[in-house]
Design a protein around this ligand. Structure first.
Ligand code: SAH
Length: 257
């Protein structure tokens, strides 16, 4: 019986792979990867390994999640080092929970190797700090639920000191702008759109909640960082955000430029 490694491939740049991920890719017997994984990272896979693209992108499913789970269980019965390679970090919008559940149910040995999530890659690309003791004390990694429970988003934890990282924003920026505005975010709140973070096609665009609707769409994969940290210049605004164990005060407007 082999072992299954759920490995984070990072946002694209192969130098952002962990040493452990690179080592396991070089000795894997089989690698099942998503389409989000960059060609450069795939180039690190041992030439002798069997490579299976189980990716699903833009709604075009190659394999169902159940089929992927079954492949992982099946391969681990006959291969020693089975790698499940996912873009970014496996535990962030990566369906790692379902795969780990299937491996547990099948009594397979597994290990998770974390990776640099797209939020970190995008923040680095934009020169933004996701938290900032002057303006942001919490980060929300989220995505809009689509379809049946499109209105089920829980914005309860959103405060003026939250940095919102919106994964999979989709191409309809006007809809994103409307939802952010419905959530109570002011039109002048800065945001930055990052496409292909850390890769050769990387693009970074500064905008705001109000201006987002008319921004030119950036190529997938892209995400948005919304909040005061996305301002080009955060002036010292002087408010005390946290005191003791709770939120003390939130200024209505923020001094950003
Ligand atoms: N597990 C991944 C996220 C998978 S969901 C992670 O931890 O990063 C896929 C979404 O991640 C994309 O639609 C996009 O919103 C974001 N994403 C992934 N790679 C990206 C990149 N290089 N630049 C910008 N966004 C990226």
């Amino acid at each position: 019986m082999g072992k299954v490694y759920l490995i984070g491939a990072g946002p694209g740049d192969p130098e952002l792979l962990t040493l452990k991920a690179a080592r396991l890719l070089s000795c894997a017997n089989v690698v099942l990867h998503d389409s989000l994984v960059s060609a450069e990272v795939l180039g690190k896979i041992s030439p002798g390994a069997e490579v299976v693209d189980v990716g699903k992108r833009c709604g075009k499913k190659l394999l169902t999640q159940d089929e992927i789970n079954a492949l992982l269980v099946g391969y681990s019965a006959s291969h020693e080092v089975v790698v499940r390679l996912k873009g970014g970090d496996p535990s962030i919008f990566g369906r790692a929970g379902e795969e780990l559940g299937a491996l547990r149910d099948a009594h397979r040995e597994f290990e998770v190797v974390p990776g640099v999530t797209a939020a970190s890659g995008a923040a680095a690309a934009a020169g933004v700090s996701l938290t900032d003791r002057r303006v942001a004390s919490q980060v929300l990694l989220t995505t809009f639920s689509r379809g049946r429970d499109a209105t089920a988003m829980d914005w309860g934890c959103l405060t003026p000191a939250t940095t919102l990282v919106l994964y999979m924003p989709g191409p309809d920026y006007a809809e994103v702008a409307r939802r952010l505005s419905d959530a109570g975010l002011p039109a002048d709140l800065p945001c930055v759109i990052v496409s292909g973070a850390s890769g050769s096609q990387q693009q970074v665009r500064s905008s705001s909640v109000g201006a987002l609707a008319t921004e030119e769409k950036l190529a997938a994969p892209a995400l948005m960082i919304v909040g005061r940290v996305a301002s080009r210049q955060i002036r010292e605004i002087g408010e005390v955000f946290w005191r003791g164990d709770g939120v003390e005060s939130w200024p209505e407007t923020v001094s950003v430029s």
